[in-house]
Ligand binder design. Sequence first.
Ligand code: PGA
Length: 231
Amino acid sequence: MSVAAADIIIDCVKNKPNALLAFATGNTPLLTYKLLAEKVKEQQIDFSKCFCIGLDEWVGVPPNVKGSCHYDLHEHIFKPLDIKQSQIYLFDGLSADILSECKKMNELVREHGGVDCLLAGIGVNGHIGFNEPGVDPSLEAHDQLLHPTTLASGQNYFKEVTKLEKGLTLGLSQAMNAKKFLIVANGKSKADIIKKTVQGEVTNEVPASYIQMCENGIVIIDKEAASELTK
Ligand code: PGA
């Protein structure tokens, strides 16, 4: 799973050196990021012209706190890949003006002609970024009240109990319009939601299910996450 995802990102940058890349945090893509950094070094791929954005961010969590998307993306992908600050734009979870935060992100995505490659994990509730069940799929970047499942699993990323309530996220429309929209999932805990995502009906109750409508959508899973698929 991780090799395949890393290779797709590399191909994207090889084909378009100034690609706009959107990266998720969470546990699932960690090995992808490690392999990506190794492969980029080995193959001497030039990432110096690409631009990187974060898929989402916890509202109210400072960027220097481990578990914030800021911190984790820097640690796991930007530092290892030597991505400069001038190539990065992330949601500011501490911003007092959420609307303008989302507007800035939307303008940036538009200026780049859309996202070239968006890598997302999937929540056990089917969320993509913080597009939680019930989300309007036509939305671009927006803030979202977090689903109880996300509030509970979110604590696992932090060293201390952290107040979580809302998130900032790219919208499903931006994921669906990406030239490559990748979802990665591994392990038994994702088997049920992967079945709903790829075999169930397309519904905003399972936000990830919209990937069925994307010609450029790719779901990469391991055997355990695939264990409930029937076709
Ligand atoms: P995980 O999170 O990769 O840590 O399982 C995925 C998600 O909630 O989007």
